[in-house]
Design a binder for this molecule. Structure first.
Ligand SMILES: N[C@@H](CCC(=O)N[C@@H](CS)C(=O)NCC(=O)O)C(=O)O
Length: 218
């Protein structure tokens, strides 16, 4: 059965691929699974019908048959597990390490990045932002320094590209506008490698088409 995901009817980023449906689309493209998209407005996301799918009134969600999921980490892991091969290695230890990187992306790397997004955009006009922003930037830099040291000159975090890389690249992409990513040459090359994957390109174009009114290339 073809899964259905939800995405913003109109993404606040105007189609730059930063809304989290992009990472789910990317995972589906990597495994070659066709999918449907149901677009929801901000208003509809807070209504009972959507809250029944997502208790926090957010996107994306994932529905397939009688299964409904929310949280991109869980959704991407589910997709990766259902389609053995492309996103999770067969070797049990390598598989566990790939899952570890997924958790690292959303639990350890994404939180300071979200703080930065909040400080730069949502709280840009607040009186405390001038003092707070440098502290938040340094917290992000600390994490990137550690990640950069671990990645070194490898292409991916642990051998072949995995769901761990998919989540990490998706999380790091949010930093591009801040310029911080450019301070770490190997990380910006890592993100560029992720973006260059044909599956990412298809996912990106599909979400962009929704947000710009252009049709996605086949
Ligand atoms: N931890 C969640 C975060 C989901 C999330 O923050 N979704 C955003 C879009 S990227 C959203 O729906 N924002 C609107 C809102 O929270 O009202 C996940 O990874 O799925």
């Amino acid at each position: 059965m073809t899964p259905t995901i939800t995405a913003f009817e109109r993404s606040p980023d105007g189609g730059k691929g930063l809304a989290r449906d992009t990472r789910v689309r990317w995972a589906l493209e990597e495994v070659g699974q066709p999918y449907n998209v149901r677009l929801v407005s901000f208003q509809a996301m807070k209504q009972p019908a959507h809250l029944a799918l997502h208790p926090f009134g957010q996107i994306p969600t994932y529905e397939q048959g009688d299964l409904t999921l929310f949280e991109t980490g869980a959704i991407v892991l589910h997709i990766a597990e259902r389609h053995s091969g492309p996103l999770l290695p067969d070797d049990p230890n390598a598989r566990a390490r790939a899952i570890t990187w997924m958790f690292a992306a959303i639990n350890t790397v994404e939180p300071p990045i979200l703080e930065l997004v909040t400080a730069r955009i949502l709280e840009a006009d607040k009186p405390w932002t001038k003092d707070r922003l440098p502290l938040v930037m340094d917290r992000v830099r600390d994490r990137l320094q550690q990640l950069s040291a671990r990645l070194g000159d490898a292409d991916w975090l642990d051998g072949a590209f995995s769901a761990g890389d998919l989540m990490m690249v998706s999380v790091l992409l949010r930093l591009r506008a801040s310029g911080i990513l450019d301070e770490f040459t190997n990380l910006s090359a890592y993100v560029a490698r992720g973006e260059a994957r044909p599956a990412y390109q298809r996912a990106f174009e599909a979400q962009r088409a929704v947000n710009t009114g252009r049709s996605a290339p086949c």
